[in-house]
Design a binder for this molecule. Structure first.
Ligand SMILES: NC(=O)c1ccc[n+]([C@@H]2O[C@H](COP(=O)([O-])OP(=O)(O)OC[C@H]3O[C@@H](n4cnc5c(N)ncnc54)[C@H](OP(=O)(O)O)[C@@H]3O)[C@@H](O)[C@H]2O)c1
Length: 316
């Protein structure tokens, strides 16, 4: 253990960080070990990571001093923020800065920062195709992450910027699963037109991040996008129909209709889908399936994810 390179993992009890801890601990010959960071070392999820052999330590991304302690002695750090816990881009940026500062203070050799595009580079605030949200964002949960890239670039710590994709797990647990229409037929609703949506099994994000750490600081300064498949809504609905054994239709709605659905964050997600639809070539182009598979040979495509997870999709 003592001679292994420690990867300190923020969000270790969550989707992205959890996948990374599990990937590291499943590969004892890699020379890496995981330090799982959580606010509550006594939670069942934290204990499950300890049971895999991971070191579990307490820190809070709102507390830079706690992060410095959690990153001390680590070779690498995986940094992620939690937009949907608070819906605040400013908070997300402050947390990213705290992680970049802590990584610098701790002398970490390689950071992987889980980011997304700052969509304002494609859709400036003056572009009225979609509303400006929270005063200065188009897609708040994307823009803040993209803007926060600069903290890692300026930190001097070798950093790889990881562009993640839509989790297919959203069909299970984020309220995006198929819903019955008035005719009783299930449908998935996304304002994507006939454009392709890069998607990924959440568990594969951590596995790809592990691939980046294994390649080493030579990956520093690079931006790497990952996805398990690029599929249209119609293709996803067809695959889902096959996997669950009943018809699922794809409901394409205009982004303004999606924005008006009224659930918390509907406007942010409506703008997000519109951005992915309108800039399909750039967004898919930034997420190479080949690169993702090279980082993570176990990468699942949508069909593989469905065959393992279709039974978990709630059918309302
Ligand atoms: N859903 C998608 O399709 C998608 C796609 C791409 C990117 N994303 C982004 O993914 C991010 C969330 O990552 P995730 O899905 O891995 O998160 P997650 O599964 O919700 O897990 C978050 C974990 O982070 C920890 N956490 C929360 N607040 C913390 C704090 N203040 N300090 C330290 N730890 C804290 C919690 O652990 P403890 O309670 O144990 O501390 C929690 O288990 C979001 O910013 C979202 O925008 C989502």
């Amino acid at each position: 253990m003592a001679d292994k390179k420690i990867i300190a993992v923020v969000g270790a009890t969550g989707a992205q960080g959890g996948g990374l801890v599990r990937a590291i601990m499943a590969d004892p010959a890699s020379g890496f070990t995981a330090r799982a960071i959580t606010r509550d070392v006594n939670s069942d999820k934290a204990k499950a990571l300890a049971a895999l052999g991971a070191e579990v330590v307490a820190a809070d991304v709102n507390d830079v001093e706690s992060l410095k302690k959690a990153f001390a002695g680590a070779h690498g750090a995986f940094c992620v923020t939690f937009f949907w816990d608070h819906f605040s881009p400013e908070k997300e940026m402050a947390q990213a800065k705290a992680m970049a500062d802590a990584a610098t203070a701790a002398g970490v050799k390689h950071v992987v920062w889980s980011s997304l595009e700052d969509t304002r580079k494609w859709v400036p605030l003056s572009d009225n195709r979609m509303p400006t949200l929270q005063g200065q964002y188009k897609v708040p949960h994307f823009d803040a992450k993209g803007e926060a890239d600069r903290f890692f670039k300026a930190s001097g710590v070798p950093a790889t910027i990881l562009l993640t994709s839509f989790y297919w797990d959203n069909f299970v647990a984020f309220g995006m699963g198929p819903k019955k229409g008035p005719d009783g037929v299930l449908g998935i609703t996304m304002p994507m037109g006939d454009k392709k949506l890069p998607g990924i099994a959440a568990e594969d994000i951590g596995r790809c991040a592990f691939g980046i750490f294994k390649q080493g600081p030579a990956m520093a300064g690079k931006t790497v996008g990952i996805a398990g498949d690029h599929l249209t809504g119609a293709q996803m609905a067809a695959a889902m129909s096959k996997a669950i054994g009943q018809p699922v239709r794809y409901n394409d709605v205009p982004p303004e209709v999606y924005r008006s659905f009224g659930f918390p964050g509907a406007d942010d997600l409506g703008n997000m889908f519109q951005f992915k639809r309108d800039f399909e070539a750039d967004f898919c182009g930034a997420r190479s399936l080949e690169t993702s598979r090279a980082l993570n040979p176990a990468l699942q495509n949508f069909e593989a994810w469905l065959s393992a997870n279709a039974s978990r999709i709630p059918l309302e």
